[in-house]
Structures are given as structure tokens and as C-alpha cells.
Design a protein around this ligand. Structure first.
Ligand SMILES: *[C@@H]1O[C@H](CO)[C@@H](O)[C@H](O)[C@H]1NC(C)=O
Ligand SMILES: *[C@@H]1O[C@H](CO)[C@@H](O)[C@H](O)[C@H]1NC(C)=O
Length: 338
């Protein structure tokens, strides 16, 4: 009996070491009805979620996560980029101290996301992304934290031109110079390209060409591209980014999906059933290190979007309904994270 438990424990350890990429969740807070961060932290801990993305370094949230062992990915908001870019490594270090490290230990921080969907979508901030990254990176160097905390910037799939089929993909010409500077930084600092991937958007924007089954991992063989076979849109999008990097000579840089998800209401094909099918597939494939056709066997680290519905989100109605949990802490659908 005793032996049985020991070997089960050993098996679990082996499984954890060899198998899973971290499955994270975005904790968006554009809402006026959310439970307090301490309640969110309880929910996250109870469900065994070990990795969270915060879109900004909210003091109360950081304090609530402090000491929980949960790994945090923290956004440096677009609006902060001009001042960080205009400053020095010392002022960037002061920014990190007073906005982040005063609230939480560096041990709990996995990534800094310097700007979210700036390139092409929020172009005013584009000139500030790379200089801000350099200052923050130098600040981390002074603190001997560049091995522990990796810096990148999240990109929308719209920065790709000709992304179908994936092998024809390239970066949009007008953002290419800055993007190449970003890729060079990512290579030099062993950091991942961060991308936001929403097959839901591809589906609703191109219903005459894109099937719901391809978005929900229910197609058979969908597309043969060079010698690779695709059966879903998620893989196609991730590989389109890898091919675009390849084209510039940066094809080895790892990819982290910093947002992906499916809404439960507010639009065509938005439902709890579909959200469950989509997210279950993303989680399973991460846990089993399935990878994508271009990087088979290399699990894709993901952050599911979103912990809660966000009732103050602007834009399309469905933007408000990505929550995996209700604000009462009950799962909107029965997603299993393990
Ligand atoms: C810097 O950090 C690494 C771990 O990331 C550690 O091994 C090393 O001892 C540190 N160096 C100094 C000078 O503190
Ligand atoms: C949404 O739009 C309103 C009115 O235009 C604006 O005041 C608010 O800041 C916007 N919220 C977000 C999150 O962009």
C-alpha cells in the first residue's frame, strides 16, 4: 500500500517535469462587478492554476498574489511606454521598484509584457516599445534578474500579411523595421515572441471561408501546406507567426500565446458549449506537449482569456463575455485545467 502511494507520487512528479507547459489565465479587470483580488486569488488557487497574466501592475492585485507562489506575467501598459522610453535604465529600475517589486517578489514574476497589441493597432505607441524594452531590460540586468524575468511585447495576429497558408506568411511591411528590432532583442535575451490568437475572430470575420469546425478543432485534415497538415486554426495562426519569423531569419524564437479564448455570449457561435470545446482543446494540447505542425512535440505555453467576464469592455458585444468563471466564482462551463 505504502509503495503504491510512493510510486504514484513519483509518477506525478515525472509527469509534471516532462509534460506540461504552464496553462495560464488572463485576469482582465475592465469591469465594475468583479470580486476583490483576494477572492480571485482564492479561486485561482482552488482550481490549481499556477500562472496568471495581469494587464497592468495593479497594486492591490499584486499584493493579493504576493506569497501565493502563483507565477505572474505583468503588463507594462501602452500609456506608460513613452515615459519609460524617454527615461534611463535607472528611471526604469525606479519604475519597476515602485510599481511592482514594492508589492511582490521578483521570484513570482515570469514575464513582463511591454505593450499590448501596439504594432499596427495602437500605432501612436510603436516608436516607444523598443526603447522602453531596452531600458527595462537594462534595469533587470542591474538587478541580476534577466534570467528569471523575460521581457517581450504581445502582438495581434493582424500584424501578419498573407497568413494563409501559414508558409506564405510575412510581417506587415510598415511595422517590419521595428518588429525586426524586437526579434533581435528576443534572440539576444532568449525571450519568446508573444502573440494573441483568436480563431473566433477569424471565424466570425470570414464565415464564408472559415468553418466553425476548423476553429473548434473538429475538422479532419483541413489544409496541407508544404509537407505539413493542419486540422485547426489555432495551429495555423501560431505557425504563421513562426513562418513570418523564419522569413526574417529568426525562425528559432519560441512563441507564447498571451491570449486565446472563446466567448460564451454576445455573438455568432458564442456559447458555453463552444467555449468549452475550444479551451479544452487548447489546454489538453498544451498539457500533452502536442505543439503545432511546424514545431511538433513542443507544447505551446498559453494564457486563456479570460478569468471573468468584463462588463466595461468596449467594441463588439461578445468582448464582454470571455469569462471562464462567473463573478460569483462558479465556472461558466466545466473546463478542467489538469
Ligand atoms: C545572479 O542570478 C543568478 C540566478 O539567476 C545566480 O546564480 C547568480 O549567483 C546571481 N549573481 C549575483 C552576482 O548575485
Ligand atoms: C469605453 O468607451 C467609453 C466611452 O467612449 C470610454 O469613456 C471608456 O474609457 C472606454 N473604456 C475602455 C476600456 O476603453
Amino acid at each position: 500500500m505504502h509503495h503504491f502511494f510512493i510510486s504514484l507520487h513519483a509518477l506525478t512528479l515525472i509527469f509534471k517535469i516532462s509534460a506540461a507547459v504552464p496553462i495560464g489565465i488572463c485576469y482582465g479587470r475592465v469591469a465594475n462587478n468583479l470580486p476583490p483580488p483576494s477572492a480571485a486569488v482564492n479561486l485561482i488557487t482552488t482550481n490549481g492554476i499556477s500562472s496568471i497574466r495581469l494587464f497592468n501592475p495593479d497594486a492591490q492585485s499584486l499584493q493579493s498574489f504576493s506569497g501565493t507562489g502563483i507565477q505572474l506575467t505583468i503588463g507594462v501598459p501602452n500609456e506608460q511606454l513613452p515615459s519609460i522610453a524617454a527615461g534611463t535604465a535607472t528611471s526604469a529600475q525606479n519604475w519597476l521598484q515602485s510599481n511592482i517589486f514594492i508589492h511582490i517578489s521578483a521570484d513570482q514574476i515570469r514575464y513582463l509584457v511591454v505593450g499590448n497589441e501596439v504594432f499596427l493597432k495602437d500605432p501612436y505607441y510603436e516608436p516607444y516599445v523598443i526603447p522602453a524594452i531596452f531600458n527595462l531590460h537594462q534595469a533587470l540586468q542591474s538587478l541580476n534578474l534577466t534570467e528569471k524575468i523575460k521581457i517581450s511585447s504581445s502582438q495581434a495576429a493582424s500584424i501578419l500579411s498573407n497568413s494563409y497558408p501559414p508558409s506564405s506568411s510575412s510581417f506587415a511591411p510598415n511595422i517590419r523595421p521595428d518588429l525586426i528590432r524586437l526579434l533581435q532583442f528576443l534572440r539576444d535575451s532568449s525571450s519568446p515572441l508573444m502573440v494573441n490568437v483568436y480563431p473566433y475572430f477569424s471565424y466570425i470575420n470570414n464565415q464564408q471561408f472559415v468553418s466553425l469546425d476548423s476553429a473548434l478543432f473538429r475538422s479532419g485534415s483541413l489544409l496541407t501546406d508544404l509537407d505539413l497538415v493542419y486540422d485547426n486554426l489555432f495551429d495555423q495562426t501560431v505557425d504563421a507567426f513562426i513562418y513570418a519569423m523564419d522569413r526574417e531569419g529568426y525562425g528559432e524564437i519560441p512563441v507564447v500565446v498571451t491570449e486565446t479564448g472563446w466567448p460564451t455570449a454576445g455573438g455568432e457561435a458564442a456559447s458555453g458549449e463552444n467555449a468549452l470545446v475550444y479551451n479544452e482543446n487548447v489546454v489538453r494540447r498544451g498539457l500533452k506537449n502536442v505543439g503545432t505542425p511546424k514545431r511538433a512535440g513542443v507544447g505551446v505555453e498559453v494564457f486563456l482569456f479570460d478569468l471573468f467576464d468584463e462588463n466595461e469592455k468596449n467594441g463588439s458585444e461578445f468582448e464582454k463575455y470571455f469569462g471562464i468563471f462567473g463573478v460569483n466564482g462558479v465556472k461558466a462551463y466545466d473546463l478542467n485545467f489538469h
